[in-house]
Design a protein around this ligand. Structure first.
Ligand code: GLU
Length: 552
C-alpha cells in the first residue's frame, strides 16, 4: 500500500467500492440520442421561489419535448440552512403547477438516492479514489489560519483564496498528514487544482454560446468537516452518475463553471451541456434588480397560489418569459395547450427576464375566461379547499348552481373577462347567495339621490316579475326599456344629454335601480342571466325586501 492509499484508508476505512463500480451501478440511461435529461436541484431552505418554478418548468419542458427525463434532487448538504419539511413543500408546490418530476426522493428512480445527504457513500467512494490518485488532499487549516491568509491577500491586493503558494496543506508530507489524522485533527478535503492563471477555458453554454474564462486555480473544498460534499463537488458527481445531459440552472452559477470543468476533467467524466437560465428581474423605481425573496412578496409562488391566480395563467406567463417567440405563437394558437409550443435554448432571453405582475393578471383573465364553467368550478373548489372556507362552502352548497353563475356569458366566441383570480369570485358574484346578498343590503343600498323614494318604490313594485321570466333576453330588454320610457326615462344617453330637463334619467339609470334592488350592487355580470338564475320568486323577494327597507 503506498502512502496516498494509506491516507485514503485512514479517512475512509469502510469504503471498498470504486468509481468504476459506480459507473456500473448507474449505467447510461437508455434513451434516444437527442433525449435531454434535466434536473431541478432545490435546497430545502424555504418556499418555492418564482425563479425556481421558472427554472424547473423550463427544465421539465426540455426533457418532455425530447422524451427525456426530468428529475428532482434535494440538495441538503448545508444542514445549518435547512428548514424542516421545506423539501416536501417545494415538491407539493411544484405539483400544484403540474411540474411533476419523473424521479425524485418521493417517487424514487434508478439513479437515487435523490437527497444529497443520503448520497454520502457515493461521494466518499469518489473522494477516496481522488486521494489515492493525488487529486485531492486533506486540509487541516483552522479558521484563524484561513483568516490570516485572507488578510495577507487583501493587504497585498492578491486574488483571495486557497491556491498555489497559499495552499499550505498541499505541501505537507504524507507522513505529516498521516500523523495529523491519527492525532484526531479536524480536516476538510480539498481538490488539487492544476489550473494555470495564464490560460483560459472555453465554455459552451446552450443559451449564451461560447464564453471564455480564466482557468480555475483554487484548491476548493470538496468535502466539509461534517463529511458532506460542497455544491461544486456534488454537482460533478451527482450530475455525472445521475446522467444529467443539460445543466439548467440560474446564471449565478456561471462564474463557477471553470471549477466544474476542471473537476469533470480530473475525474474523467464526460462534460454536460450547461444552460444558464436568466435571472428574473424586477423594475424597482425605474431600476432593474433581481426579484428578491426577502424584499418581494411575489418572489414566492405561494403569493400567487394563495390569491388564486389560475395555474394555467401563471405557467403561460412563465412561458412568455422563457422564449421571446412564445407570444406570437400564442396569438396564432389561442386555445392550444401551451406545452405544444417547442421551447428552444436559442430564444431564451440573456439579460434577465423582467417580472411583470400586470401581465400575469391580464393573461390570467384571458385563461379564466376561456375555461369551461366546469373546469373553472373544479379549479375554484380546489383553490377554496385550501385557501377560502367561505368559497368552499358556497360551491359545495350547490355545485351546479355555482357553475351556472360562472357560466354567465362564458359559452360564446368572446367570453367576458370577469375574473382575474379565484379569490375574485365571491366579491363579484357573492350576492347570488342569499346570506351574502343580505349582508350587502344590510350595509344599505345607495340609490342615485336624484330619484325620490316614492318613485323608486313604485318602479320596483311595477317591475316585480309577475309571471316568471319567460321572455328571451331581447324581448326582456325591450320590455324593460318600454317600462322605463313610460316612466319618463330617455331611451338613449344621448337623448338625455341633449335634453336633460325632458327626462328623469336614462334606461341605464332605470336598470341600475332594478340591479341595485336584486343584487345589492351596481356592477354585476349580465343582469338578464342573473334574473334567470335567481328565478322570479327570489327576485321578487329581494325587490320586496328593498321596498321594505326604502319605506324604512
Ligand atoms: N442547490 C442549488 C441551488 O439551490 C442548485 C443549483 C443547480 O441547479 O445546480 O442554488
Amino acid at each position: 500500500m503506498n502512502n496516498k492509499e494509506k491516507i485514503a484508508n485512514l479517512i475512509f476505512p469502510n469504503v471498498n467500492e470504486t468509481i468504476s463500480d459506480l459507473e456500473n451501478r448507474y449505467p447510461k440511461r437508455n434513451l434516444d440520442n437527442d433525449a435531454i435529461v434535466t434536473r431541478f436541484a432545490p435546497s430545502p431552505t424555504g418556499f418555492l421561489h418564482t425563479g425556481s418554478l421558472f427554472a424547473s418548468l423550463v427544465s421539465q419542458r426540455f426533457a418532455k419535448q425530447t422524451n427525456g427525463v426530468f428529475f428532482l434532487r434535494l440538495e441538503d448538504t448545508d444542514q445549518k440552512r435547512e428548514i424542516e419539511g421545506s423539501g416536501q413543500m417545494v415538491v407539493k408546490q411544484l405539483e400544484s403547477f403540474s411540474v411533476i418530476p419523473d424521479e425524485s426522493f418521493i417517487t424514487g428512480g434508478n439513479y437515487g438516492p435523490y437527497v444529497q445527504s443520503e448520497r454520502k457513500g457515493i461521494y466518499h467512494i469518489v473522494i477516496k479514489e481522488m486521494i489515492e490518485n493525488d487529486l485531492a488532499y486533506p486540509c487541516f487549516c483552522t479558521h484563524d489560519e484561513l483568516n490570516e491568509i485572507r488578510k495577507y491577500q487583501e493587504e497585498n491586493k492578491l486574488l483571495p483564496g486557497y491556491y498555489k503558494e497559499f495552499a499550505k496543506c498541499r505541501k505537507l508530507t504524507d507522513e505529516e498528514v498521516i500523523h495529523k489524522i491519527e492525532n484526531g485533527e479536524s480536516y476538510v478535503i480539498r481538490f488539487k487544482s492544476n489550473g494555470d492563471p495564464e490560460k483560459r477555458v472555453d465554455l459552451f453554454d446552450a443559451i449564451r454560446g461560447h464564453i471564455q474564462f480564466p482557468e480555475n486555480i483554487q484548491d476548493i473544498v470538496i468535502m466539509k468537516s461534517d463529511k458532506l460534499p460542497t455544491y461544486h463537488f456534488a454537482h460533478a458527481v451527482d450530475d455525472h452518475f445521475m446522467r444529467t445531459t443539460h445543466i439548467t440552472r440560474g446564471e449565478e452559477w456561471m462564474s463557477s463553471v471553470p471549477i466544474h470543468l476542471e473537476l469533470f476533467d480530473a475525474l474523467g467524466f464526460e462534460k454536460p451541456i450547461y444552460c444558464h437560465l436568466p435571472v428574473i428581474m424586477k423594475l424597482d423605481d425605474g431600476k432593474r434588480r433581481k426579484l428578491s425573496k426577502r424584499k418581494d412578496a411575489e418572489a414566492s409562488v405561494e403569493y400567487f397560489l394563495e390569491r388564486g391566480y389560475p395555474i394555467e395563467g401563471f405557467l403561460e406567463y412563465l412561458m412568455t418569459l422563457a422564449n421571446s417567440n412564445f407570444e406570437e405563437w400564442r396569438i396564432q394558437n389561442p386555445d392550444e395547450d401551451i406545452f405544444n409550443f417547442k421551447l428552444s435554448f436559442e430564444k431564451m432571453s440573456l439579460d434577465g427576464a423582467l417580472f411583470d405582475v400586470e401581465k400575469i393578471k391580464s393573461i390570467s383573465k384571458v385563461r379564466l375566461a376561456h375555461m369551461s364553467a366546469k373546469e373553472f368550478t373544479q379549479n375554484a373548489l380546489n383553490y377554496a379547499k385550501k385557501y377560502d372556507k367561505k368559497l368552499e362552502e358556497i360551491i359545495e352548497f350547490d355545485y351546479d348552481y355555482f357553475m351556472s353563475i360562472i357560466n354567465i356569458e362564458r359559452d360564446q366566441p368572446k367570453p367576458r373577462k370577469d375574473y382575474e383570480k379565484y379569490s375574485d369570485v365571491l366579491p363579484i358574484i357573492g350576492f347570488m347567495y342569499d346570506d351574502l346578498y343580505s349582508e350587502l343590503i344590510n350595509e344599505g343600498v345607495t340609490f342615485n339621490e336624484r330619484f325620490e323614494k316614492e318613485l323608486l318604490i313604485s318602479i320596483l313594485e311595477e317591475y316585480k316579475l309577475k309571471n316568471g321570466l319567460t321572455l328571451n333576453q331581447e324581448e326582456w330588454f325591450g320590455n324593460l326599456k318600454e317600462m322605463a320610457i313610460n316612466r319618463g326615462f330617455a331611451a338613449r344617453g344621448k337623448d338625455f344629454k341633449k335634453n336633460p330637463d325632458k327626462f328623469i334619467g336614462t334606461v341605464g339609470d332605470y336598470a341600475e335601480i332594478l340591479r341595485l334592488a336584486t343584487c345589492g350592487k351596481k356592477n354585476t355580470p349580465n343582469f338578464y342571466s342573473i334574473l334567470t338564475i335567481l328565478g322570479s320568486q327570489r327576485v321578487n323577494e329581494r325587490i320586496d325586501n328593498t321596498i321594505k327597507q326604502l319605506k324604512g
